[in-house]
Design a protein around this ligand. Structure first.
Ligand code: MRU
Length: 376
């Protein structure tokens, strides 16, 4: 997507310095646009843990580049057991954030490739190519998601006679959460670009405010009309017919169609069900965990630092970014990063292969190669 007229992805190899990857430091948005150089697997693990990069598809891509950087270091130092070193780096990258399955998926895939390599040099060349491929595939998947999801918005627009379609989204499942385009935002951008009038209700998404800071910023950059709302406004908007469609991302979807997403998503899904508003989770196949069935019981939910809840960051009147405490000193806080919306509460799943019911049969209809006994 474009930032000030220049096309950016969220992660890319440094054009001049081998063994260095560049990212957009999302902690600085929307106040500053800062590109950060990452030169080691440890640096990438920190960037993922501390949310310089975030969003399920992007942390998968970042972990892939992190492992490639570990191979680069092993190749340049040419000492010790390079394979063992990659395994350790993979373990550290995987431990950074537990809920989004894309991260473990990318690390396991690259480690499997590394195991077929005969030297650290070969591993660096092959892992670098794989990291690039994962990024390119994510871009293609998100573009396809946009084309499929566009149909949902188009149908509502036709029904409403061209009056703007109101879409509610939670957190940031935009291009900043992926390599490009976004998941939940891809259909919105596709609709806007196709000349369909669309307006987005942006949940602020406490505690890290990904909606206020990131979704509002990227929709604004693309010229998509949007309104920021406090997290608890969605139910009211839906009761008053002000939401036509909810599109949210997903960090991990089980084979039965249960979807983990940013904390607060489940409450929006309940409000949507009560008000007959279609509520879709939007995701690439890399976010499906075929090994899990019951999302509420089986998906690991990340717990983050209490201070993310106790403090809030913003720009003061003098243009300085400041963090301020919003509760009495010493107040304890709980900071669960995600919740799980059961498949039965979703109108469906939007993927790069199309739209399906949020159920095992639904997913298998799009991914028949996952049926037991099918050989591909
Ligand atoms: O904690 P984050 O910002 O990494 O969480 C990301 C989300 O939960 C997003 O809402 C998103 O839906 C998943 S990534 C497209």
């Amino acid at each position: 997507m474009k930032v000030g007229g220049t096309h950016y992805r969220t992660i890319w190899p440094h054009p001049e310095r081998e063994g260095v990857v560049q990212i957009i430091d999302q902690r600085q948005l929307p106040h500053r646009f800062v590109v950060e150089d990452i030169g080691s697997a440890e640096g990438m693990a920190t960037a993922i843990r501390d949310m310089h990069v975030r969003g399920a598809p992007l942390i998968g891509a970042a972990a892939a580049w992190g492992l490639a950087l570990a191979a680069s270091a092993a190749a340049s130092e040419a000492a010790g057991d390079w394979c063992e070193r990659l395994l350790r780096a993979g373990g550290r990258l995987k431990a950074t954030r537990p809920t989004a399955v894309n991260l473990a998926w990318a690390v396991d895939h690259l480690l499997a490739v590394a195991q077929t390599c005969g030297s650290a040099d070969e591993a660096w060349a092959r892992l670098r190519a794989e990291a690039r491929r994962i990024c390119d595939e994510d871009v293609e998947a998100c573009a396809a998601i946009g084309r499929h999801g566009l149909q949902l918005i188009r149908e509502i627009s036709v029904r409403k006679g061209g009056v703007p379609v109101n879409v509610l989204t939670h957190c940031n499942a935009g291009w900043l959460a992926c390599v490009d385009h976004g998941t939940a935002t891809a259909p919105i951008y596709a609709a806007h670009d196709a000349g369909i009038a669309v307006h987005v209700w942006v949940d602020e998404t406490r505690p890290r405010n990904q909606g206020a800071r990131l979704t509002a910023w990227e929709l604004g950059m693309h010229g998509v009309p949007h309104t920021l709302v406090p997290d608890n406004a969605g139910g009211h908007l839906m009761q008053h017919g002000m939401v036509d469609l909810c599109l949210v991302g997903a960090d991990r979807v089980t084979r039965r169609g249960d979807a983990a997403n940013k904390i607060g998503t489940y409450l929006k899904a309940l409000a949507a069900a009560d008000n007959h508003v279609p509520f879709y989770a939007v995701l690439p196949a890399s976010s499906i965990d075929w090994s899990l069935a019951d999302g509420v019981r089986e998906i690991p939910i990340e717990s983050r630092a209490e201070d993310e809840v106790r403090f809030i960051e913003g720009l003061d009147a003098d243009g300085q970014v400041r963090s301020v405490r919003i509760c009495p000193e010493g107040t304890r806080a709980a900071n669960y990063g995600f919740d799980v919306t059961p498949g039965r509460r979703l109108a469906g799943l939007v993927t790069e292969r199309g739209i399906c019911p949020a159920s095992e049969e639904g997913l298998l209809s799009l991914f028949p190669e996952r049926r037991a006994g099918v050989v591909v």
